[in-house]
Design a protein around this ligand. Sequence first.
Ligand code: OGA
Ligand code: NI
Length: 359
Amino acid sequence: MANESWKIPMLVQELAAKVQEPPSRYVQPEQQHPVSLVVGAEKPEAIPVIDLSRLLAADGADEEGSKLRLALQSWGLFLIDNHGIETSLMDDLINASREFFHLPLEEKQKCSNLIDGKHYQVEGYGNDPVASKDQILDWLDRLHLRVEPEDERNLVHWPEHPNSFRALLHKYTLNCKRIKDRILWAMAKSLGLDEDYIVAQFSGKAPSFARFNYYPPCPRPDIVFGAKPHSDGGVLTILLMDKDVGGLQVLRDGVWHNVPTSPHRLLVNIGDFSEIMSNGIFKSPVHRVVTNMGKERISLAMFHGLDPEKEIEPATALLHEKQLARYRKIKAKVYLAGFYEHFCRGTRFIDSEDLREVA
Ligand code: OGA
Ligand code: NI
């Protein structure tokens, strides 16, 4: 049988503790080096901020809704204030996940994403998928858990230590669901669609995933990415960033912008499904994470997806003679298969010809 050990690289945390130089599998080709790319650092532009409590208030909703539309047209993301999640819940959950990542390897491997130590599956603790020998790897480990539908949770992958972890994640998930629905109402409204249009695409089978990203310190932030450039696949991502360590960057009009740390705010970005539904009015932002030489970084991305059998297509109400559909209709599961294939190569399915509706 062919040697397929390349499919299961060492955990980056283990690697980082051992090596002075990142192995070649982690090193980006020269033209992609994080430092050789432009970052709009001299004149940083502020990431838009939306006040969630105003978004649905009797007073101020229209103004906040226009801000949201502008933010999603030009950045594809925004920070939110007044989201209603207790700051202690955010801190406790991140601290619990930090505790998990700091446990001995054998303990963490109880939540492994490998079946019998060798067959990769999407849920659990470990690496991102590796599709080919020459794939350039990211400097992170992750714990990836399906949190919704609730009755499809696979608790075998959920850490038992620290013992507060499961309850905290459950509580946080419910909060994200509430926030997600509010934002989706406001998004639909700001497009001139029926307020329920996007929320109605979700069924009881729509999955949400919590992805805890652990970026160990990296000896060469100049040539290695924490997370290579990508956009997210689903409808909406709610990101809880490390309070103290930055690293996230977003591409806008060809320039990379730093997303500064912003304690207790949440970063909301749309995914490719929303770009398709909005027929390209909203942009699913390309983003990446740079590493840090001295400090570890933790983030929690909550991805809200759609039922795998759901067909995704531009909203008909947005189409007319002068505004034809820019994307083909596609089933969520077919989209995600293409998404992962491209993700591993560092490209985007949404940019590919396979998805373009030819006029
Ligand atoms: C992701 C992601 C950003 C971050 O998990 O898809 O883009 O700040 N994370 O870790
Ligand atoms: Ni992402």
